[in-house]
Design a protein around this ligand. Structure first.
Ligand code: ADP
Ligand code: MG
Length: 633
């Protein structure tokens, strides 16, 4: 090796140390993936070089074809990967191979349990990358030089994967990166031509540039001065191949490469579009949410290629935000090679690609839901909450998105979010023309809500919505399949034809006969209520609170308050059940003080049942205790 100068030893970022520990100890069952990860990086490096060379062709330094070479030395127990991609400068080596820049990494690592089995599952959400080299190696040497830099600007990085790494300047005439893995004694099996070839075929066949291995001679690497190299992979960009020629495994491995994921995707959709616009897209639904799904800066968007040349990662202009979990590639023939993020912001080409790609994703999800309900369940669990942002963001596809939503329901005892609006509509009763739903804080709370009493009695299904986003979602989703979606806690519940003419008459009569009681209650509760009226929601409970037609519900109020916004005060409507013995007793109560106490208790109880907190809990307790004392006296 050449002389090393400016040698220093640096410590890994704490997060890297933790990750390395975890990787070394928890990925022992699938060690061979180290090669996939390193080849994936080499392929990215070639993509980046091609891109930078568009503006600065001199970076290609003569134009040696881009490739990756994998070799080994059984005696020295090493495996070496060499690429002639973009390479790294000293600063880049220090930051790329010494730190993890992903937002939320510290939080993620903090959440690890220490249970190796569980943690190795978690690490899949993270993506393993370069550090996976330490699964099989107890020392890794990286020799690299950035394209365009002079031969003396090479860098040597070396680490045993413990707490630190050495870094030094070296001479490196050829551009690109060479990585030497010094295999652990027990991993010597990887220094073998057949083994390496099989691993490359298995995981990296889809890589778009040639991966070369030394030609085999009875399993031994040839020792002659001139090594003969042989391409062992497909070596053409996967998405350019016809669908019929691509195996599922190849689609899956390609996904892991583009998504930096460790696990298989749930579904994919590969399409070539010809005509006014020409592009190819290969879109994937990941198998589970990444740890940083809700981080603002989390990577999102597709890998953009123009005429097979990689242009950028995270091109987020091609899909709406509510589909930000979709991964994949789009390769356009219409965009210019020097397209920039600014140009991508809008324009007819981008707009029409975005709307077509959005449709593709929604179609893919529809198909998944229809053909593979178990897989769709997994999808919904991981990304359902994100999809719920859809109806507000994407007016044009509202109905399609609505069809993909899943809810808990009184029609499904599992309590899981598994009922589609179409399932609900299919089960609607004779005479029912609306879809009923109830929002609340938790499934346990809404499942027992007094709002459901009349629905239970009449056997009408109600969707139970308990995600934080649900009330907001429903404020944008007012119809499905021509049927109005109705919040049963809101306004004056009208069951339409589900109530008979007699029911209605009876209700009116009762309301009239209770006019006196309603006024007394209004007097006792005063400013706390917007209105007091006779309920036709209840069969068992004495009273209930309804929300005004235009008022914010509890969930929205809580969200807005939590974000520090001032929320206009909304008074609830207090509804009573005149058939209930407590209400009958109240009606007969002559003592005004006792009447007031009882009214307040009923009001507060109704608030509690709705999942709200009391404005004056101490007063509630006092009143209740007063009653209890009288009872036991
Ligand atoms: P990821 O590929 O998800 O970014 P990795 O841990 O695999 O994460 O790699 C970290 C970074 O190191 C890469 O993003 C890249 O900048 C750099 N890197 C790794 N291998 C190479 C290589 N062969 N050539 C150039 N840069 C590389
Ligand atoms: Mg990588």
């Amino acid at each position: 090796m050449s002389v090393e100068t400016r040698k220093e030893t640096l410590g890994f970022q704490t997060e890297v140390k933790q990750l390395l520990q975890l990787m070394i100890h928890s990925l022992y069952s699938n060690k061979e993936i180290f090669l996939r990860e390193l080849i994936s990086n080499a392929s990215d490096a070639a993509d980046k070089l091609r891109f930078e060379a568009l503006a600065r062709p001199e970076l290609l330094e003569g134009g040696d074809p881009l490739k990756i070479r994998v070799s080994f030395d059984q005696d020295a127990r090493t495996v070496t990967l060499e690429d002639n991609g973009i390479g790294m400068s000293r600063d880049e080596v220090i930051s790329h191979l010494g730190t993890i820049a992903k937002s939320g990494t510290a939080d993620f690592l903090q959440n690890l349990s220490g249970d190796q089995k569980k943690d190795s599952q978690l690490i899949g959400q993270f993506g393993v990358g370069f550090y996976s080299a330490f699964i099989v190696a107890d020392q890794v040497d990286v020799y690299t030089r950035r394209a365009g830099a002079s031969a003396s600007e090479g860098v040597h990085w070396s680490s045993k994967g413990e707490g630190e790494f050495d870094i030094a300047d070296i001479d490196k005439p050829e551009r690109g990166t060479r990585i030497v893995l010094h295999l652990k004694a027990e991993e010597a099996e990887f220094a073998d031509g057949w083994r390496l070839r099989n691993i490359v075929k298995k995981y990296s066949d889809h890589i778009g540039l040639p991966i070369e291995l030394p030609k085999q001679q009875f399993g031994e690497q040839e020792q002659a001065a001139e090594v003969e190299w042989e391409v062992v992979n497909r070596a053409s960009a996967l998405w350019t191949c016809p669908r019929s020629e691509i195996k599922d495994e190849e689609y899956q491995e390609f996904y892991k490469h583009v998504a930096h994921d460790f696990e298989n995707p749930l579904a994919w959709s590969h399409n070539k579009v010809e005509g006014k616009l020409e592009y190819t897209s290969l879109l994937y639904v990941p198998g589970r949410a990444p740890f940083d799904l809700y981080h603002r800066e989390a990577p999102k968007g597709l890998k953009l290629y123009v005429q097979r040349v990689f242009i950028m990662d995270q091109a987020d202009q091609f899909l709406p935000l509510y589909l930000r979990f979709i991964k994949g590639v789009v390769d356009s023939n219409d965009l210019s090679l020097n397209v920039s993020r600014e140009i991508l912001q809008s324009g007819p080409v981008i707009d029409s690609m975005k709307s077509a790609l959005t449709k593709r994703v929604l179609d893919m999800l529809e198909k998944l839901a229809k053909n593979e309900p178990e897989q769709y369940k997994a999808f919904w669990k991981a990304f359902g909450q994100v999809l719920k942002e859809g109806p507000a963001e994407d007016f044009a596809n509202k109905e399609k998105i609505a069809g993909l939503l899943r809810f808990a329901s009184t029609g499904d005892a599992s309590g899981e979010q598994s009922v589609a609006l179409a399932d609900y509509v299919g089960r609607m009763q004779e005479g029912q023309d609306k879809v009923y739903f109830l929002t609340g804080e938790s499934y346990a709370q809404v499942k027992n809500s007094p709002h459901l009493e009349m629905f239970r009695k009449k056997g009408i299904e109600v969707l139970l919505l308990t995600d934080r986003i649900d009330e907001w979602l429903m404020s944008h989703l007012t119809e499905f399949d021509g049927k109005q979606l109705v919040d049963i806690a809101r306004g004056d519940l009208d069951l339409g034809k589900l109530d008979s003419e007699e029911d209605r008459k009876a209700q009116e009569e009762v309301a009239k006969s209770k006019q006196g009681l309603l006024e007394r209650l209004k007097g006792a509760l005063g400013e706390q209520v917007a209105e007091v009226r006779v309920s036709h929601r209840l069969t068992e409970s004495p009273a209930i609170l309804a929300i005004g037609e235009q008022d914010l519900g509890l969930q929205m109020r809580q969200i807005l308050e939590a974000s520090g916004q001032k929320v206009p005060e909304a008074k609830p409507i207090f509804e009573i059940n005149p058939q209930h013995p407590l209400i009958e007793k109240l009606d007969a109560e002559a003592d005004e003080e006792r009447f007031a106490d009882l009214s307040h208790i009923l009001f507060d109880q109704a608030a509690l049942a709705a999942g709200d907190s009391l404005k004056d809990p101490a007063a509630y307790v006092q009143r209740l205790n007063k009653l209890l004392v009288e009872l036991s006296a």
